[in-house]
Design a protein around this ligand. Sequence first.
Ligand SMILES: Cc1ncc(COP(=O)(O)O)c(C=O)c1O
Length: 394
Amino acid sequence: MPVLQATLSHFANPAARPGDSYPPSLGDITNLDKAAQARADISRWPDYQPSPLHRLQQLAAQIDVAEIFYKDESERFGLKSFKALGGAYAVARQLQDKIQQQTGAAVTIDDLTSGRYRSIVQDIVISCATDGNHGRSVAWGCQMFGCDCIIYVHRDVSAGRMQAMQALGAEVIRIDGNYDASVKLADSEAVAHGRIIVSDTSYPGYTAIPKDVALGYTVMLAEAVEQMGASIPTHVFIQAGVGGLAAAVCAYFWELWGTKRPRFIVVEPEQANCLQQSAARGEPVTVSGDLETLMAGLSCGEVSLLAWEILKPGADDFLTISEDAVPACMKLLLQSQPPIEAGESAVAGLGAAIAAREDAEMSRKLGLDSCSRIFVIGTEGATDPELYQRLISQ
Ligand SMILES: Cc1ncc(COP(=O)(O)O)c(C=O)c1O
């Protein structure tokens, strides 16, 4: 009996440069120095704590690999996803910039959390489009630092996710179209009303803020590297929506470990595989349609421009994973020791790693064997508690 049933489709990236060190040109997008600054700032936020890194030893033995490292973001800042780090960090950076422009003073994180510049901050309005987790992070950041927040959600975002953002003080506006349509509307309304867009995806003419979002994500990578001690993984399986997370992980490990870096595998839902299709075409491709998937956080049809610049040379392989694997992998984690809460978008990377290892041909294609050390990120917990309960009870 296999541990997990799943169908995978594989594309080996012909543009990957596994033998190269981190290209200096990518250092403009993200680099270890800026990541260290993000960590110094975020670790000063109230209630900061590193998230746990689990070694899934029993599962590793079952699928015959040496290690499975699972970075567990299910509790991050009480927001229950790694996204807590990104949006809120970019909000802080925007506020610091705006205050500095008005006062000429250099503004620290402590200035923001103490409300020192409240009179300036309270007139600033931040906005974004979201499928849930990013908006929650932005709303939380706005609440923590004292500015207003307006969030746009697409037709498939659940009521539970909307309410979570409203509970953080955000005004939430639902549109009829898909995620990409909500991004465009948030953008045009921001221009009309003088709001600052803090988006987790970058596009032509809009790249500075998503860089800060991705720098926020690197805090969990710095923690993970310390938690793994001397161990360098051989394989990293990361789930992707617009690719911002995958690019942040890829760049961080690439710059840190150079040519010893792990093989980097991007995992997407079958109906929302914009990165896999872009890799096959050699340039960004938009996936149209309703992008339907249980993995709401990965339901994206357009790659982030900056993410693509990193993943084009940095990702070795692109996989899609079938929907049936999602509830099964959530239950597998809940039954592990200790039990791990993992939401729908959290399990694609781990699910793909297990299914790949249990398929001899896929193991060969990805170079997986009994010596492999796999790193994955459980990117969310039960961010939609009702859906979570339904899926684990199936
Ligand atoms: C839980 C979770 N995992 C993974 C991702 C993918 O991140 P990205 O869109 O940067 O690829 C998201 C995006 O919202 C998410 O919410």
